[in-house]
Ligand binder design. Structure first.
Ligand code: CA
Length: 325
């Protein structure tokens, strides 16, 4: 696997704070079909105990290996794909959720694909399909809500609009502000707020889309029975969302990806652990390594410390180095 001996940009190796960057080196996974009926969670446990994990697929080569293992008599076979229903966070600075005001039986991911949140004039929140157009609340520089009603926009367009004209979509942190917003939309049914979540992803936390040729079956995901948060391969080789507690055969991944850890030292201010900054740094390192010949399927990810931070203040003057796990 091509991983060139590269020098990182100088901005990243001036000592002050230290962080670790995971580099996943080896591209090709191997799989095994387990002919036992298990729920998705049981299958996951089985794969982790006896192999590596439920199957993750990220290259054409892996896909052709996996596709050959399908048992064509089985309508569904579990793979390591899931709908991350607990990943709600705010658009502004990726803030986690500390206050919520979900309506009765919400969030329900009705018909699948409800990854964005609107606030009803009743003051309660519904998860909704992000491409529906509604009025929306931006957050201005003073952190105050600004209601935009014309034109109504999809959640993503509203996010772009708010980021261009204000700060971001609005973050609701307490009941008083929630009530204020509800009053502002009395004449409307509802308006987008800045809350959203991740959708389908692999167990290694990479997004499912837009990888081809792995594709959703027509009309999927649809969450048709209301609890379809787990991914299965159907007997046509297409993906469907399926009720996690149903039992199916499953595909385990048998080869551990090789990984390497790079220690990076950066000279930076107090905001070095800001998610936007670490994400930008990761992009920069990835871009630099790609330019220097790193293979396209090598993945980089920060290793977060137990406190959730990437960078820690250095205790001594050690220098940048690579280490093998
Ligand atoms: Ca809903």
């Amino acid at each position: 696997m091509a991983f060139p001996n590269v020098s990182l940009p100088m901005m990243l190796i001036l000592p002050t704070d230290a962080g670790f960057l995971f580099v996943f080196l080896c591209g090709s996974r191997e799989y095994i079909l387990i002919r036992k009926y298990k729920t998705w969670d049981e299958a996951l446990d089985y794969c982790r105990q006896n192999h590596i994990d439920l199957a993750t697929v990220q290259t054409d080569e892996e896909w052709s290996k996996l596709n050959k293992l399908r048992d064509e008599l089985q309508f569904y076979i579990w793979i390591g794909l899931y709908d991350d229903a607990n990943s709600w966070h705010w658009s502004f600075q990726n803030e986690t959720v500390t206050f919520s005001q979900w309506d009765f039986d919400q969030p329900n991911n009705m018909y699948g694909k409800q990854y964005c949140v609107n606030l009803r004039s009743t003051g309660y929140w519904w998860d909704e399909t992000c491409n529906l157009t509604y009025p929306f609340f931006c957050q201005n520089g003073e952190g105050q809500p600004v209601l935009v009603t014309d034109p109504e926009m999809s959640w993503n367009d509203a996010q772009n609009y708010c980021r261009q004209n204000y700060t971001d979509l609005f973050t609701v942190r307490n009941w008083d502000v929630n009530k204020q917003l509800a009053t502002m939309i009395k004449e409307y049914t509802c308006a987008w707020i800045g809350l959203f979540r991740d959708s389908w992803k692999w167990l290694n936390q990479t997004s499912m889309s837009p990888y081809f040729p792995l594709q959703w079956a027509a009309g999927q995901p649809d969450n048709s029975f209301g609890q379809e948060a787990c991914g299965a391969l159907d007997y046509y080789g297409l993906i469907a969302d399926e009720t996690c507690t149903n039992s199916h055969f499953f595909l385990c991944q048998t080869t551990r990806m090789k990984q390497q850890v790079l220690r990076l030292e950066v000279k930076a201010g107090d905001n070095v652990n800001d998610k936007a900054i670490t994400a930008a740094m990761l992009n920069k390192v990835q871009q630099t390594l790609r330019e220097q010949g790193m293979a396209a399927d090598v993945k980089l990810a920060w290793r977060e410390q137990p406190d959730g931070m990437v960078f820690q203040k250095m205790k001594n003057g050690s220098t940048g180095m690579n280490e093998e796990l």
